[in-house]
Design a protein around this ligand. Structure first.
Ligand SMILES: NC(=O)C1=CN([C@@H]2O[C@H](COP(=O)(O)OP(=O)(O)OC[C@H]3O[C@@H](n4cnc5c(N)ncnc54)[C@H](O)[C@@H]3O)[C@@H](O)[C@H]2O)C=CC1
Ligand SMILES: O=C(O)/C=C/C=C(\O)C(=O)O
Length: 485
């Protein structure tokens, strides 16, 4: 009974719902310690029906609300996230294993920024008109879709959860959102924030639980008009198959196997910093991470040695202390990453550093720590260079010229993000046009402007998020043609 009372609950119709006595509970594990430190409810179809009913009831008033008023609701949520920065950052770090300083400087501020950005954006959102000379005029109406589903992963929990929820709400939809069952804590805290901010009941509903359970039920539900999903490519394919017969709108932000291209004329220090950050930020668990590093042959030996020196200096340890790398998110994910490293060795890769689980002392002795790993000597067509590993693991190899760099960069099934490090801007622009990626960074990595289209090509997904793209996704366009005659 105590577990039921203290477990992470669903937020439905403005309330934290007490689970019934027979509710199924899931363990919430702290990755840095490997210990269960809480429970969460595993939602049922009944919970989904309650959330749909609440959202349906709330929808007419929410969509009719004056835009400025809707925006003020989002601003209030942003302000409360900022006010609770420290407690949210600590919760995110404990739940996910990421360094608390990263959560404090990136994840939580970005969650607030997501609400603030879309609060402002919706007041500027406009639709098109197309005049037909003296004959007629067309204008486009953009109405909210109704009830939409947002499903987010564990790597940037509150950051990505709010990246979906904020534009969906701003556009006038009611939302049923499911965070990852691996990192439910900050979504639960967001529910409290929304309640305290006075968000009308039913406008946002948060359901916890397994992807194969409540996640797939959400995708299949006939009253849910669109699904915005971020996560693995295999899961994205399942969601696409399940949503297709109902012709739901889909936005899928999936995996990446992103190349980092370092040319001999790069700004050395800036490139070293950027390549390191791109490969290992958040323990390499960001879909944008640069996990394939290609370096022009003339500087390869020196750059590889300098990078290796920097990787070896990364401090790995208790994420609640001052470290560069924390724990991987779960035992299952750590095992997947360690298997990928073993496969890299079987494929002929040489481990330059790392390559193993790290044993910590004290409270973290059972935590899921993997040493930052750099691997050399693998061809483009091996599994290690083709499949997303999503951990602190990068491969490095030389390229002869621009043509080879391009061939290697484009040589996987993914197409999310790439970065180019060179002071020859003509070359950078030329390559940007030829690289098959949704995002090209030149002399930077993960520099984010929330107005820009965000998403990938090929197996990295369908659709774009961010700015107007997100607001267009969460609205239905209707053309009205008026004849002047
Ligand atoms: N943003 C990214 O690119 C991410 C990529 N991954 C990749 O995916 C691999 C698997 O990680 P998972 O934790 O299993 O991620 P996942 O993609 O299965 O999970 C993401 C979200 O989808 C939900 N989900 C799972 N199956 C579902 C279904 N059939 N219908 C609806 N929702 C569903 C999960 O509960 C979670 O909320 C990782 O090893 C990594 O390579 C994982 C997380 C984020
Ligand atoms: O919007 C961003 O800045 C980052 C998004 C990252 C992901 O979608 C991811 O890691 O899955």
């Amino acid at each position: 009974m105590a577990a039921l009372d203290s477990c992470i609950r669903n937020y439905i119709n403005g309330e934290m719902v007490q689970p019934p006595a027979d509710a199924r509970l899931l363990d919430n594990i702290e990755p840095a310690t490997g210990q269960v430190y809480g429970k969460l409810v595993d939602s049922t179809d009944g919970d989904l029906e309650a959330a749909v009913a609440a959202a349906e009831a709330a929808q007419p008033n929410w969509r009719a609300l004056d835009l400025e008023e809707r925006a003020r609701h989002l601003e209030r949520i942003a302000a409360l996230i900022e006010k609770n920065l420290d407690s949210l950052a600590e919760a995110e770090s404990r739940d996910n294993g990421k360094p608390v300083a990263l959560a404090r400087s990136v994840d939580i501020p970005r969650a607030a920024a997501n609400f603030r950005f879309f609060a402002r954006a919706i007041t500027q959102f406009a639709s098109e008109s197309h005049a037909m000379g003296e004959r007629a005029i067309n204008y486009t109406l953009r109405a909210p879709l109704g009830i939409v589903g947002c499903i987010s992963p564990w790597n940037l929990p509150l950051y990505l959860f709010t990246w979906k929820i904020a534009p969906a709400l701003a556009a006038g939809n009611c939302v049923i959102a499911k965070p990852s069952e691996v990192t439910p804590k900050t979504a639960a805290l967001l529910a409290e924030i929304c309640r305290d901010a006075g968000l009308p009941a039913g406008v946002l509903n948060i359901l916890h639980g397994r992807g194969s359970g409540i996640g797939s039920a959400l995708v299949a539900h006939p009253k849910i008009k669109a699904i915005s999903f971020t996560g693995g490519t295999a899961t994205g394919a399942q969601i696409a198959a399940a949503a297709a017969p109902r012709f739901k709108k889909l936005s899928l932000e999936l995996g990446g196997k992103n190349p980092t291209l370092v040319f001999a004329d790069c700004d050395w220090e800036k490139a070293l910093d950027g390549v390191l950050r791109a490969a290992f930020s958040n323990q390499g668990q960001i879909c944008l991470c640069g996990s394939r590093i290609y370096v022009e042959a003339s500087i390869y030996t020196d750059f590889q040695a300098a990078l290796l020196g920097r990787v070896r200096q990364l401090r790995v340890g208790d994420p609640l202390t001052e470290v560069d790398q924390g724990a991987l998110v779960s035992a299952a994910h750590m095992d997947k990453v360690l298997k990928a490293i073993a496969l890299a060795q079987e494929e002929g890769g040489q481990i330059l550093c790392g390559g193993e689980r790290l044993q910590m002392d004290g409270r973290c002795r059972d935590g899921y720590f993997v040493a930052p790993t750099l691997i050399e000597g693998l061809p483009i067509d091996c599994e290690t260079n083709q499949q997303e590993i999503f951990g602190p693991v990068a491969t490095i190899q030389p390229f002869a010229d621009e043509e080879e760099a391009l061939r290697l960069a484009n040589g996987t099934g993914y197409g999310l993000a790439t970065s180019i490090w060179s002071q020859n801007l003509s070359r950078c622009h030329r390559l940007a046009g030829q690289l098959d990626f949704g995002i090209v960074w030149i002399n930077c990595w993960m520099q984010r402007d929330l107005r820009t289209p965000f998403g990938g090509m090929k197996d990295s997904g369908v659709g774009r998020e961010g700015g107007w793209e997100a607001l267009r996704f969460f609205t239905e366009a209707k053309n009205v043609c008026v004849d002047y005659g």
